[in-house]
Ligand binder design. Sequence first.
Ligand SMILES: *[C@@H]1O[C@H](CO)[C@@H](O)[C@H](O)[C@H]1NC(C)=O
Ligand SMILES: *[C@@H]1O[C@H](CO)[C@@H](O)[C@H](O)[C@H]1NC(C)=O
Ligand SMILES: *[C@@H]1O[C@H](CO)[C@@H](O)[C@H](O)[C@H]1NC(C)=O
Ligand SMILES: *[C@@H]1O[C@H](CO)[C@@H](O)[C@H](O)[C@H]1NC(C)=O
Length: 876
Amino acid sequence: MSSVNVLLYSKRFNVSKFRQVSQLLSRGRYSTAPKASLVFSNEKSNDSQINTQNTHITFNNKKVGYSKRALSSSNGVGTSGTRSTVIQLLNNISTKREVEQYLKYFTSVSQQQFAVIKVGGAIISDNLQELASCLAFLYHVGLYPIVLHGTGPQVNGRLEAQGIEPDYIDGIRITDEHTMAVVRECFLEQNLKLVTALEQLGVRARPITSGVFTANYLDKDKYNLVGDITKVNKDAIEASIKAGALPILTSLAETPAGQMLNVNADVAAGELARVFEPLKIVYLNEKGGIINGETGERISMINLDEEYEELLKQSWVKYGTKLKIKEIKELLDYLPRSSSVAIINVQDLQKELFTDSGAGTMIRRGYKLIKRSSLEEFPSSDSLRVALQRDPDVASNKLSAATYLRELENSNFVSYSDEPLEALAIVKTDEKIPKLDKFLCTSSAWLNNVTDNVFSTLKRDFKALQWVVSEDDGNIAWHFDKSQGSYLKDGKVLFWYGVNDLNTISELIGDFTRTTTASANGPSGVFAAGQSKRSYSTVQRTAPKFEVTNKEKSRVALIGARGYTGRNLVALINQHPYFEISHVSSRELKGQKLADYDKAEIIYDNLQLEDITKLESENAVDVWIMALPNNVSEKFIGAVQQGKGNSKIIDLSADHRFVSEKEWAYGLPEINNRESIINAKQISNPGCYATGSQLSIAPLLKYVDGLPTVFGVSGYSGAGAKPSPKNDIKVLSDNLIPYALTNHIHEREISTRLGHEIAFIPHVGQWFQGIALTVSIPIKKGSIESSEQVQEIYKKFYEGETLVHIINDIPSVKDISGTHGVVIGGFKLNDTKDRVVVCGTIDNLLKGAATQCLQNMNLAMGYGEYDGIPKDKIIC
Ligand SMILES: *[C@@H]1O[C@H](CO)[C@@H](O)[C@H](O)[C@H]1NC(C)=O
Ligand SMILES: *[C@@H]1O[C@H](CO)[C@@H](O)[C@H](O)[C@H]1NC(C)=O
Ligand SMILES: *[C@@H]1O[C@H](CO)[C@@H](O)[C@H](O)[C@H]1NC(C)=O
Ligand SMILES: *[C@@H]1O[C@H](CO)[C@@H](O)[C@H](O)[C@H]1NC(C)=O
């Protein structure tokens, strides 16, 4: 993928927008977009679609051309419409995370808090046009930086012309009455120059040359007319922004009695920043940063916590540079840790504001990480308690901080944190795979990449790690990025890295599913509290209802449409309100008419990989269905991916049932998370036996103790259409054929997906379609009291589910044939209350394949989940 990325700037940022941006990014739709172009999208336009055709303006670094429309939407200065949606394509924005970060940034603050920009005097002389057009850009997109400029070089020039040697002590200009007059003159001239240049570009700007800073004499004997700012009066600045004009300030101050005093512009900018606490503090100077006096190189980052003292000892750090660094240090000590100061040159202003890869010198307090392995090493347990309050379980009193600390005391752990504990990671090392038990970070830690620093340290110290995050966590994308595998269950995601061995992974998943609490809808927040011991309460779930978000038609392409599943799917699509088949592909059937489909006449094609890529790149298909045998879909999927379109792919084969949820959502809506299916680009359709078995076992998972055994018998359509003894009527007549007695692929699928080992013994019977499952489940002795209670547990678990029916009697496979649901019944607990037997039935071709596929297609396209499923054919 090319390096073109998208910055979406919107006052009304929401998750769905971000998702779109990420999708655009990951699909590279803009890979051919011109370098650095702007796309404005009308705020009122349909939220579900970013209309890139809207207004498209190319600009080259400095000159920004605006169409009338873009201007009219951004010119309603001071109104909320000002910050209309802007998508900006910049070549140099490097990561999705960055986009996310700035989205959060700029949508979270009032206008005054966007940025304070200090402009060195030399820039007004030498780079006025560049400065003005950068500021004009910000202004036109509705951002109002507070600009404060200096005038040092002009003053020096004028004094020297008069034969006066400028005089400094520690970088502070000694200002006698004559110098003061020159300073004032220069300030007024430069201010006017900048304001004029801005107004010529159509920017409203307001000169504010006095009245903002109140000061006392810094040291009258030493420096004479130099001020020490005591108060910043925000009124004039706020009024200016409110009126839609950029405030352009000088650093002149007055005493309460009105004596004008000179203040170093760096110092004044610092005072402004202290009062406004802006997101960005930028010092523009002509050198574009701080230059190391010895090496002549520009310093790209100064972490004050670590480097300040060393830095001040350097011989080249003196005068103005020293004053600047000291001033910035004092400023940052006072500001939230998220603040930083960037010293850059004017050409890099936009890049600095919209990306992280700042070009000049970035100064921040930095984040020294401290590693501890016992509670005594923490400066105080109070600070630790405060940090623990960020844990949702602690915050909601489900877990007391004291309990957790006691638990820590009795276990082996390592913690990593920065000094103020804005980021705190606690890794418990007793388990086979170390567990990141708490990862509690403030939003400023997230914004400042402290989290990344902590994580790289973890990666260095631990070869393998596991952790659990609530799936509605705002930073979930970050966790997916950091992990190598994940497993979603009941609203919690288990992540890991460094674990490659399948057995260990399934152990991890097993432990995870056993300890996940039932409170799937718990508080959104960071981490779940390790082991919750509140099992055995009846799990109560209701099937979530998702909004229907789409009423447009969608085009479906079926690749390999021959088998029974293909046929059933075609029949379902034939009755579906929105889906239409656009392509069917099969080498053998090429040229024939698609049967059982009367929405249009569709002729079987034999699509080649190039055809598929082309269709996808033209967005001619909305859903690709891979109805192919195992181990053949890969190249077709590759061809779709290569087309980089917007479609969704559903794979009916077993090929993607064992990959991470991140790549292929597992399409079993009643058990897996529907949201992840809705959002997935690729969905793996579960196996028939696997669907029936999981639905039959899932409600009892918390009670299981031992190896559940699934005795399954399928009608012979399960053996496929290709002739074999397993679908040979003669062999099957008056017969039952056991096969694949161990290691059936569905045994692995059920075990992996349930996170608990099961045994599966399949058979074929002499009927055509339908599966009967009899499942024996050993449970923790006494954890369930009666057969009725078992049934109650299932009823609660599937409450609100349309396709799962819980009955009292033993369901009959004869009744399920041709229907779209699953029926579970016959619940029996044995006398010693340590084994449950349940019976499930499912039509292998429908809910076991085609119907489930349709459910997934519906979810993926934003239709009603059951659209197109005949209501009279759902067994009740
Ligand atoms: C992006 O970065 C490259 C080199 O890093 C630079 O040449 C180019 O001008 C930058 N583009 C923009 C739009 O800033
Ligand atoms: C964040 O920190 C990580 C690790 O220290 C580093 O690799 C990455 O470049 C940083 N990202 C930003 C945007 O600063
Ligand atoms: C797919 O191919 C692999 C390797 O060739 C083989 O081990 C596996 O059994 C095949 N899977 C199926 C389901 O046929
Ligand atoms: C109940 O099932 C368990 C587990 O299979 C078994 O150990 C126990 O003997 C059974 N009890 C009776 C009374 O059948």
